[in-house]
Design a protein around this ligand. Sequence first.
Ligand code: GTP
Length: 674
Amino acid sequence: MSFSLVKRWCETPLIRRVLQFKVYRRKIQSYNMTYTLLRHRWMKRLPVFSSSSMVSTQTDKDTIDLSKFPVDRIRNFCIIAHIDHGKSTLADRLLEMTGAIATTDKNKQVLDKLQVERERGITVKAQTATLIYSHQGQQYLLNLIDTPGHVDFSYEVSRSISACQGVLLIVDANQGIQAQTVANFYLAFEAQLAIIPVINKIDLKNADPERVETQIEKVFDIPREECIRISAKLGTNVDKVLQAVVDRIPAPMASTDDPFKALVFDSNFDHYRGVVANIAVFGGRVKKGDRIVSAYLGKTYEVNELGLLRPHEHPTQKLFAGQVGYIIAGMKDVKEAQIGDTLYLQEQPVEALPGFKPAKAMVFAGMYPMDQSEYQGLRSAIERLTLNDSSVTVQRDSSMALGAGWRLGFLGLLHMEVFNQRLEQEYNASVIVTAPTVPYKAVLSSPKLIKEHGSEEITIVNPAQFPDRSVVSEYLEPMVLGTILSPDTYTGKIMTLCLNRRGIQKNMVYIDDQRVMMKYLFPLNEIVVDFYDLLKSLSSGYASFDYENAGYQAADLIKMNILLNGQPVEELITIVHRGRAYSTGKAMCERLKDSIPRQMFEVAVQASIGSKVIARETIKAYRKNVLAKCYGGDITRKMKLLKKQAEGKKKMRRIGNVEVPKDAFINVLKRKDK
Ligand SMILES: Nc1nc2c(ncn2[C@@H]2O[C@H](COP(=O)(O)OP(=O)(O)OP(=O)(O)O)[C@@H](O)[C@H]2O)c(=O)[nH]1
């Protein structure tokens, strides 16, 4: 058909109407999509970062005259503890007692605002709240930061600590000191902060505060008289905590006479207002309309809004030395508000504060859209979420089977799971996450490759790019120093598990007559996926684990391929220690056999090193007959069942001709140690 014929045909009245209708329909569809998205967000009370989602408070409308609080009546402190020892519950009580929120039995972890935090019952992001507390006829301004307890988020703790002069170290009266109690104590101790030990949950039947005090004395060398016994749940003795904050934590060393200087210790992104930076003012004062400079970028901004977090945003006219609050200054990108950056007034340059070491990604994984048509949507979702979580690193990546995607770096596996869950909940994006891997290094021996990479040592975050032994003089793997605390009855089992994970014992001490603390050096790869779960299950939930970075060590590593019906699957390539290749390959094949549903044909699952197959499992042929229970001849019912089956299949990925469910990529790495 010639072009003019098509044109004439398109212009006939009937066809024109049909075409117009199509355009309108597309428009209506797009409005509908926007409406659905907004509705969905509203239902989930999103965006979660804006103040609108927070609990309204009694003092909402009162304006606080910050000039009434000289530096000696300010206290900045954070609440640190092992996971679940009651930080957020204590924060609720402190907020209630100081009138920041109304006293009702509905206040449960008020500072845990993200949906994922509420569902999982854990804190993921540190939150700040300013309290006004009257003590001996004086009013004090207390800035509280509630921090996460899980090891993956300890970066949040170290940043929060930099804005404070003291900490409340919470210890559960039943569980006693745990691994993250020790790690968090040292973070505060090294920063030379005042430490107030608080023994929580004394209302529990099995609470043993005496024993916990002994542990605190022995492990941290803090006199038992300094411990405050409380029940955050019932509010018992919480007033004593507030008194201790005023009496034992020093006021910030800052003067309003100095030039303005503030540390950006956290930031988040608001789609309407840009970056909201949390700052600790180390000197001087700042007000709306001031022109401030970011020491990191040297860029100048005008202050549009500033104020306190109570815990909602409470705008004020000024912020003074010693105070902690938020500032909005037209920064359009979270990268402009670098965490650790120093802000100062344009006309009064100051020396930058030391800042923080950037967070180091410990776990990398590929992330791909379920369907390539969702690529753009997923890209914008990842971009927006990383604006609020700057510790995630993103690189573009692509794979034969999964198409275009990204390789993301996280602080740990829980961090990765939380990111994934937030993508699904907050952005309605469904993704495939490939098997997580740790950042290996290789010392190259080939001059050509050295020239290509511009360095002798390279970091490998994608196992598919693991260089061959022939061009490498040495492989290095990341190591961690792990701390395990457990009742001594489980010591034997724990030692066996650590040995299985190539752990080397460094230390073992009793912290009281029943509990033991062990230190092990582990390859990160051995503990990253399921070590913690296994440790918990073999100690009936009593052991706890924490780790810190311990550099790199030379290791005999090899690349293992997984083949489905003879076809290598790039996303399942794993780097293993040579001594573990056989057992890991066998376990991976078994896991895949359990994860991949039976297909219409037989599937061979093989693990190979080079061309040598070291393990094999077979998935027998089968097709689930969804119509088996369908007696009679109602065609619509049959069609419905077949459609449901087809939709289920959409959630799988076709690799070669094998359908692989999306969680198979992670499940495949979980081992079954005894
Ligand atoms: N019996 C009792 N339970 C408490 C007390 N304080 C907190 N809890 C409970 O302990 C659990 C954990 O409390 P959270 O306040 O979420 O603990 P957290 O330390 O903030 O937890 P993460 O932020 O995940 O580290 C919740 O179920 C609380 O209800 C207390 O004094 N007594």
